[in-house]
Design a protein around this ligand. Structure first.
Ligand code: SF4
Length: 493
């Protein structure tokens, strides 16, 4: 059998980093880890080909070559998934749809011949055998969530790492918290399951052997969901990275209670973590309580951010507006918090009621749900009736983006961060780092509209913050992505 694994293009959101990637000469932020893992679960005699549409186009020749297309993605890629499935059907190519999207919505299912719902580790061998025999069923649904000890190494032979900004590995699935708007706990459950330290080392060894050096994204939705296990993993990661002379820096997502655990912070710093994404959501306590985000309440969130930054980690964070309890001045409160925190990369979105979440069910009960929503919290389309006037909410949301990504405001925030930041791990510079610097100087410093702010910042980076010059330039480039996208979002109706 010849299997074509297809990953749709990611829409242009803050998470796509689309406008920053050309500086580095990259085509996509991370490879499609789910499909690489599925590939390893397929029978060894199958021929496999991956088309990551963030890297290259899906051609007629690809569709002609394959016996079956395995298509996977997230809710936010729903339009792309529908297009791929339709193209395959027009060509008479058999399709299997999987990935987190099948746990969120069902309306794509009619476009696919077979649908895999839930985590695929235990389903793929049967599915593959039945596809070969021509007896495959329309739906395969995981009876339970598998332990991650069954997850094989991803099949890196299907990608060319040089197209990606970072490599991706997964340590855990699930999160113990219960945020009302979160679909992660619906998809992966509230009992975090982890890989063993040995599995993680094997994944890192594989990346190292493939010649990868640089950033590794640990894609977990909450890396510290199982603190006991993560504390066993971190010393092993630290030892591995040190022994290999720090070929990798790590970036992950974690809940804010990371700040309360000095042992965890110390080990993350030692292991080579340089950036962590936190779900802060809002500085408004009443809105946090409404969202059941209790882990963020009764604490000084600004102090939590600073504590984590103090361990040599840049904090990136998610913020949301649109909660029922948001006061009229929530927009100013968010801007003020983001400014004070020195969080350069703040992902601000409108509250979305994702299918299957507790929020979705509540709003449905209250008769406030408008549509299913596509998981893109930046497209300025509300999928429920908010308490605040909808026009006012969208205008306020755009005003936050315009303020925090105004070049002067943005560079000031980066300065605030760099003034306290003491990087622990200095990555060896590569040729592509020098290229990115040159491209930044031309694109932002010569051709950019904000060139005066850029050069002021550049001089500060070279003189006052030379201890973190590389981070400063990376953040200037990331800022370009956020500023460009903010312009696009704020011009939209
Ligand atoms: S902490 Fe994050 S992953 Fe966990 S339930 Fe809340 S939003 Fe979801």
């Amino acid at each position: 059998m010849k299997a074509l694994l297809v990953y749709p293009e990611f829409p242009d959101t803050y998470w796509s980093f689309k406008h920053a990637l050309p500086f580095e000469g990259k085509r996509s932020a991370y490879p499609p880890l789910g499909l690489l893992t599925i590939s390893s679960l397929l029978p060894p005699h199958w021929k496999k080909r991956l088309v990551d549409m963030n890297v290259r186009r899906l051609t007629g020749a690809d569709l002609e070559w394959a016996d079956v297309a395995l298509v996977s993605g997230m809710l936010v890629q729903k339009h792309g998934l529908a297009e791929i499935l339709t193209r395959c059907r027009q060509r008479g190519l058999r399709t299997v749809l999987g990935g987190p999207v099948t746990s969120s919505v069902q309306d794509l299912n009619v476009l696919a011949d077979h649908v895999v719902i839930g985590e695929a580790e235990e389903l793929v061998p049967t599915l593959a055998a039945e596809l070969e025999q021509g007896t495959a069923k329309p739906v395969y649904e995981a009876a339970e969530r598998p332990g991650l000890d069954k997850t094989p190494l991803p099949d890196l032979d299907l990608i060319n790492p040089k197209y990606y900004s970072a490599m991706a590995v997964q340590y855990s699935r699930g999160c113990p918290f219960n945020c009302e708007f979160c679909d992660i706990i619906k998809i992966y459950g509230r009992k975090p399951r982890t890989k063993s330290p040995e599995q993680m080392v094997a994944e890192l060894e594989q990346l190292y052997a493939r010649g990868w050096r640089g950033s590794v994204f640990i894609v977990d939705d909450n890396f510290i969901g199982n603190k006991k296990n993560v504390k066993q993993l971190l010393p092993v990661l630290a030892e591995w990275n040190e022994r290999r002379r720090y070929p990798f820096t790590f970036f992950t997502e974690a809940s804010v209670n990371l700040a309360d655990d000095a042992e965890l912070l110390r080990w993350m710093q030692k292991a080579g973590f340089t950036r962590v994404f936190l779900g802060i959501e809002t500085p408004v306590e009443a809105s946090l309580l409404e969202a059941q985000k209790y882990q963020n309440t009764k604490k000084d969130l600004l102090a939590s951010v600073r504590r984590i930054q103090g361990y040599g980690m840049e904090v990136m964070a998610g913020f949301i507006v649109g909660f029922d309890n948001d006061p009229p001045d929530v927009f100013d409160k968010q801007v003020e918090f983001i400014r004070e925190s020195g969080i350069p990369l703040a992902m601000v979105g409108l509250l979305l009621a994702l299918p299957g979440t507790q929020l979705y069910q509540r709003l449905k009960r209250e008769g406030r749900l408008l549509q299913d929503g596509l998981g893109n919290n930046m497209d300025c389309t509300l999928n429920f009736v908010p308490r605040m006037d909808a026009q006012r909410l969208i205008a306020g949301y755009k005003s936050i983006l315009q303020r925090i990504y105004h070049p002067d405001e943005y560079y000031d925030r980066v300065r605030r961060f760099l003034a306290e930041y003491r990087p622990t791990h200095h990555r060896r510079r590569s040729f592509s780092d020098y290229l990115a610097l040159a491209r930044s100087m031309v694109k932002q410093g010569v051709l950019g509209e904000a060139r005066a702010s850029y050069w002021k910042f550049f001089l500060d980076a070279a003189i006052r913050y030379r201890h973190a010059f590389d981070t400063a330039i990376t953040l200037a480039i990331m800022g370009y992505h956020f500023q460009t996208l903010t312009g696009i979002v704020c011009r939209s109706d």
